[in-house]
Every structure is written in structure tokens, then in C-alpha cells.
Write a protein that binds this ligand. Structure first.
Ligand code: PIT
Length: 475
């Protein structure tokens, strides 16, 4: 039968073997993991190894660490590099936040935010099916995450319920996409790829045939939506080959009795997702615009003075403080982030995880601000816009609004200090600062370093203690 898949773990990368340390040294810290984290219970098992809950030593902060046995990834070093690169690049409330990568002789460790609410598969198996309203809330978050990926030229390729985690046990906990072990960057939206990867039930027909693009993720979302609403997989057999046959034979029909109680709008959206021809299939942003999600129109956004002042204040602080704030917001707790997340998602009108200059200016207009005030905000955005795309990303928005509240917590500040003091000397030096910037992809020039040390009132060769660090950031 021509449709059998190559199994995931037999798909070899074409790339030749690379030395781990060589290939990843700028991204990975060579610090003993047990000096930083106390290891806890196993949370789950993913590609290449387990994920454990951990606690940052010397703080209450918890995190999750994925353990990757080096022996298992030897010939896949490039895909691991890519996984880390992708984790660092994505920046969205519905995608897992990545902290750091570490390595020792046997393992690579990926530290990321802790999700304790279990995965979507668990929710699905606990319930016969998920009602339409709840499904809508979940699917919207999935699509927001996928839209962010696709806008950043990343295909996930392995979307399935196990890869969506709930942040907490709360009823309305946020959903987070994880596992970029099979993700791939694409150069343009029409580019086709040729590797059969992923889980059979969620696999798009064109993936089975061999050539596919970012739309394969949209099919998988369709399968997940089908399962959530009906409690049944649309394509199922004990044998992978037979399942693939069913997928290639066309979209499923809504014949089971359960579909009688499901709205036409839901079925209509499903038919645009489980659509055989990828070019006719909905993109994530088209799906988000579907009436199933938009029964109530979005309110007209009026930006409040607080947010404008926050952005203004943040735009004026030094590069070092901005970097430190970007690190600090990764450690903010759920409660601290909640209200800022709500505001961010109101402002993220294009649903792609960033706020555009155009929208900010419009919302200022709505608030009745003067042209002078709007010109001022234009300047602010220009200075904030690190990627020069006229947009403010999620972390920066968090950093700005959090910074302006002037109540930076000790705990978060300490964790940020530890981020710089990677080897736990109790102080940081210019080398620590250079390394921390380089881990987040910013190379510092000699003059930048001199300026940062000057900000601390120090000579380039001096040591910076925690008290000095705290004083500068709270200034
Ligand atoms: C958990 C709990 C948690 C995080 C994870 C799993 C993360 C898994 C993950 C796996 C990957 C990846 C990113 C994240 O690339 O807080 O059960 O392969």
C-alpha cells in the first residue's frame, strides 16, 4: 500500500553530524543543572525524553525542564538547534515561554514555564465531548498560537491534543502550545516540504502524498475541532495505513446523531478546515474571522492613558534595563500577567500576537487625543520597535506595562539577577552581561558594554552585586 508512513523516529535529517558543543555553545549554558534547579515529579514524556517539574534553588519559582538524552539526538543536532531557535523566537500568550537551555555530558535541558493543568487529550478523555462554547474558547487560543507561528514562518507539523497544555487547573486556564521538536521554518507560504512527520490521525492528506506547506497545520486543527465537538476521531483505524486511506478518501460527513445538536456555523468552519485542497483550506487568520467565533462583534478599542504613559516611560529606559525587563517578565506569575494579557489581546486586533502602530494610533484617535500626542506615540513605537516591523511584540508590551507599575517584586528581580549570574558567583561581570545578551540573540559592541557598566557607575572590569543590580532596576 503506497500510503504507509515513515515513522517519526526513523526520519533522518540530511544534515551531517555536528559537535554539540560547537553547534550550540552560544545558545546553551554549560552550568550543572542541579546547582540551579531542584528536580521534581515527571510531568510528561515528549520527543527525546521526559519533562520534569523543577524549582529554582533559592526561590519559590517553579518551572518545567525537558530532558533530552544526547545519545538520542546525535544525528539530529540540527533539528534540536532549530527547536531551541524556534522556542526563543516565539513570543505569544498561547505558546509555552522558554527560559534557557543547558547541557552536561549526557543531556541537553530545556527550561520553560510550568503548566500544571494537564493536556487537552486528558480533558477530552475525561469528557465524552466538549460543548460548543468551551470548544470555541479553546480553539480560538489554538488558532491565535498557530497564526503567530505562521506569521513567523514556522510550521508546527505535529498538532495534536497532547501538545496543548493548560496553564493551571483553573476552569478558564490559558492554553499553551508545546513541542517544537518537529517544527520547521519555511521560507515562503507556497514552499513545499517533503518529510512525513507527525501523528497519523491528525495528518493532512497532502502530507501523506508528500508535498505540503503551512496549511497542513490547519487540517490538524480541523481534526482536533472534530474530536472536541463529537468525541470521535474523523479518521480512525487500528492500522496506520488504513487510517491514511480514509484521510485520502475525503472529508468526513457529519452523520452521527451528536452532530444534530451542533451549530451549522461550527460545521461550516470545520468544512473549511478539513478541506482536501490546501489552497482552498482556511488559514488561521481566516478561521479566526469565521462567524462561529464572532457572534459578538469586538468592542472598539480605546487605549487608556495608563498604557500610553507606560509605553512612553519604557521607551526612555536604557537598553540594559529593557533587556532585564524582558527577562524579568518571563518570571511573572499567572496573576500578575492576567490583566495585561487581557489588554494585550484587545489590542492585538490582527490576532497575530503583536500590536501594530496603526492600531495604537487609531485607538488614540478614538480616545480623542491630539495630533501632537499621536506624533509622540509614533516616536515611542519607533524606539520600541526592535524588529523594525512597526509592531510591538508581546514580551515588550508586558515589560512596558509592568515596568511602569513601579512595583517590581524582589522574587522576580532575584531570578533576573540569577539569569545574568549563570554560574552563581554572587555577582555579575561584563562577560555575564555579554553572554546573557547573546543568548537572547543580541550582540553587544564594546561601547555598549562600556555604557552598561557606566550605568552601574562601574569600570568595565568591575563586579556588580545584587544590591547594585536592584538599585539600578528600581531607579
Ligand atoms: C509539560 C509541562 C510543561 C511544559 C512542557 C510539558 C513542555 C513541553 C515541551 C516539549 C517540547 C518543546 C517545548 C515544550 O519543544 O510546563 O508537561 O518538545
Amino acid at each position: 500500500m503506497g500510503v504507509c508512513l515513515r515513522k517519526q523516529n526513523t526520519v533522518k535529517e540530511e544534515n551531517t553530524l555536528l559537535c554539540l558543543n560547537e553547534g550550540l555553545s552560544s545558545t546553551i549554558r554549560n552550568v550543572p543543572i542541579r546547582s540551579i534547579y531542584k528536580l521534581g515529579r515527571i510531568l510528561g514524556t515528549g520527543h527525546f525524553g521526559v519533562v520534569k517539574e523543577v524549582q529554582v534553588i533559592g526561590s519559590e519559582e517553579k518551572a518545567a525542564i525537558k530532558f533530552i538524552l544526547k545519545d538520542l539526538v546525535e544525528d539530529r543536532i540540527n533539528s534540536l538547534k532549530q527547536e531551541i531557535e524556534i522556542l526563543k523566537r516565539v513570543d505569544h500568550p498561547n505558546i509555552i515561554r522558554f527560559f534557557e537551555a543547558y547541557e552536561d555530558e549526557r543531556y541537553i535541558y530545556l527550561a520553560m514555564e510550568l503548566c500544571t493543568g494537564g493536556d487537552l487529550l486528558r480533558l477530552m478523555t475525561k469528557n465524552d465531548h466538549i460543548d460548543e462554547n468551551k470548544s470555541k474558547i479553546i480553539l480560538r487560543q489554538m488558532l491565535l498560537a498557530i497564526n503567530h507561528l505562521h506569521n513567523n514562518n514556522i510550521i508546527h507539523r505535529d498538532l495534536k491534543p497532547e501538545n496543548f497544555l493548560f496553564e493551571s487547573e483553573d476552569d478558564n486556564a490559558a492554553l499553551k502550545l508545546v513541542d517544537f521538536g518537529l517544527s520547521s521554518k519555511f521560507r515562503n507560504r507556497r514552499m513545499s516540504m517533503h518529510k512525513a512527520v507527525g501523528t497519523v490521525y491528525y495528518l493532512a492528506p497532502e502530507m501523506i502524498k508528500g508535498a505540503y506547506n503551512f496549511k497542513c497545520d490547519m487540517w490538524s486543527i480541523g481534526v482536533i475541532m472534530f474530536v472536541m465537538l463529537s468525541g470521535k476521531l474523523p479518521f480512525w483505524s487500528k492500522f496506520d495505513c488504513e487510517t491514511c486511506h480514509q484521510i485520502l478518501n475525503g472529508a468526513p460527513e457529519f452523520i452521527e446523531p451528536i452532530w444534530e445538536n451542533i451549530s451549522q456555523e461550527a460545521k461550516n468552519l470545520l468544512s473549511h478546515l478539513l478541506c482536501m485542497n490546501p489552497s482552498d483550506r482556511f488559514s488561521a487568520s481566516e478561521a479566526l474571522d469565521h462567524p462561529w467565533f464572532n457572534s459578538q462583534p469586538k468592542p472598539r478599542i480605546v487605549m487608556n492613558q495608563f498604557t500610553i504613559d507606560a509605553l512612553k516611560e519604557y521607551s526612555k529606559i536604557s537598553a540594559f534595563k529593557k533587556e532585564a525587563m524582558n527577562i524579568l517578565v518571563k518570571y511573572l506569575s499567572l496573576n500578575e500577567i492576567k490583566s495585561m494579557n487581557a489588554l494585550f489581546s484587545d489590542l492585538d486586533e490582527e490576532n497575530n500576537g503583536s500590536i501594530s502602530m496603526k492600531l495604537l494610533l487609531n485607538s488614540l484617535k478614538n480616545a480623542g487625543s491630539s495630533i501632537a500626542a499621536r506624533n509622540e506615540i509614533k516616536e515611542i513605537i519607533k524606539s520600541l520597535d526592535l524588529d523594525k516591523n512597526g509592531k510591538i511584540n508581546y514580551s515588550e508590551f508586558l515589560a512596558a506595562t509592568y515596568y511602569s507599575k513601579h512595583h517590581i517584586q524582589q522574587e522576580e528581580l532575584w531570578l533576573t539577577f540569577l539569569h545574568f549570574d549563570a554560574d552563581r558567583k554572587g555577582y555579575i561581570t561584563r562577560i555575564d552581561i555579554e553572554r546573557a545578551f547573546s543568548r537572547s540573540g543580541h550582540a553587544l559592541k564594546e561601547q555598549d558594554i562600556k555604557n552598561i557598566m557606566k550605568e552601574f557607575g562601574k569600570e568595565p572590569g568591575a563586579k556588580i552585586g545584587y544590591d547594585e543590580f536592584e538599585r539600578l532596576l528600581k531607579m
